[in-house]
Design a protein around this ligand. Structure first.
Ligand SMILES: CC(C)(COP(=O)(O)OP(=O)(O)OC[C@H]1O[C@@H](n2cnc3c(N)ncnc32)[C@H](O)[C@@H]1OP(=O)(O)O)[C@@H](O)C(=O)NCCC(=O)NCCS
Length: 185
C-alpha cells in the first residue's frame, strides 16, 4: 500500500507588506483564542512590524506551494526579552511559536508537519543552534500533542509573563530521530 506523503512546506520571511494578512489571521477566532486575543492593525504594525527589524526574532509564513497557510516566529531565547527566560544561559537556545491560518485545516496532521520541518530547517541552517523550545498553554492539548508528534518533549510546567505554560524542548541530538519520523510519514 502506498504511504501518505507529508506536505512539503517552505518558510518565507515576513515583510512589512505581509502585516495586514497577519493581522487578519491573528483575529481569526481559532488563533486569537491561543495567541494575543483581538488586535488592531496598528498594534500588529507596532509589535510584529518592529520585530521585522529585530536581530533576535525572525518571522515566517509557512507556505504550501506559493500559498501562505501558517505563521511561525523564531527567537533567540537569551536576550530576546528581559522579562522572559531569565534562567537561560545558552546562546544556542532558540524558541518557536506558530499557528495554522485556516481553521478547516486543523487536526489533520498539517501543523505537526509544519513544525517538524521548521525544526529540521532551523538546526540544518544554523550549526550554532543547540536546542529549540516552545511554550504552549497547558490546556492547549491539541498544540501539545502536535508538538510531541513533531519531536518535542515536555520538560515542565512554568509561569511566564503570559501565564502558565508547558515548556517543551527538542535538542540537536534529537534531529536524527525527527528526520527518521519524517521519513516514515
Ligand atoms: C497548534 C497547531 C499548529 C497544531 O496543528 P494541527 O494541524 O492542528 O495538529 P496535528 O493535526 O498535527 O496534531 C494534533 C493532534 O492533537 C490531537 N488533539 C486534538 N485536540 C486535542 C485535545 N483537546 N487534547 C489532546 N489532543 C488533541 C489530535 O488528535 C492530533 O493527535 P493524533 O494525530 O495523535 O490524533 C494548530 O492546531 C493551530 O494552529 N491551532 C490554533 C492556534 C494555536 O493553538 N497555536 C499554538 C499556540 S502554542
Amino acid at each position: 500500500m502506498a504511504e501518505l506523503v507529508e506536505p512539503l512546506f517552505s518558510f518565507r520571511p515576513l515583510t512589512w507588506s505581509d502585516l495586514p494578512l497577519l493581522h487578519e489571521w491573528l483575529n481569526r477566532p481559532h488563533v486569537a483564542e491561543w495567541w494575543e486575543g483581538t488586535t488592531s492593525l496598528e498594534y500588529v504594525q507596532q509589535t510584529h512590524g518592529k520585530d521585522l527589524e529585530s536581530t533576535v526574532i525572525w518571522q515566517f509564513f509557512a507556505c504550501l506551494g506559493d500559498v501562505p497557510v501558517g505563521y511561525t516566529q523564531l527567537y533567540r531565547v537569551l536576550g530576546a526579552d528581559p522579562d522572559w527566560w531569565q534562567d537561560e544561559t545558552d546562546p544556542g537556545a532558540r524558541g518557536i511559536d506558530q499557528f495554522l491560518a485556516n481553521e478547516a485545516q486543523l487536526g489533520r496532521g498539517l501543523g505537526s508537519a509544519m513544525v517538524r520541518q521548521f525544526l529540521i530547517r532551523t538546526f540544518s541552517e544554523d550549526p550554532t543552534v543547540t536546542k529549540i523550545q516552545t511554550d504552549p498553554a497547558p490546556h492547549n492539548g491539541r498544540a501539545i500533542r502536535a508538538y510531541e508528534k513533531a519531536g518535542f518533549r515536555r520538560v515542565r510546567e512554568l509561569i511566564t509573563p503570559d501565564g502558565p505554560a508547558t515548556l517543551m524542548v527538542v535538542t540537536r541530538e534529537d534531529i536524527g530521530r525527527i528526520e527518521l519520523d519524517a521519513a516514515r510519514r
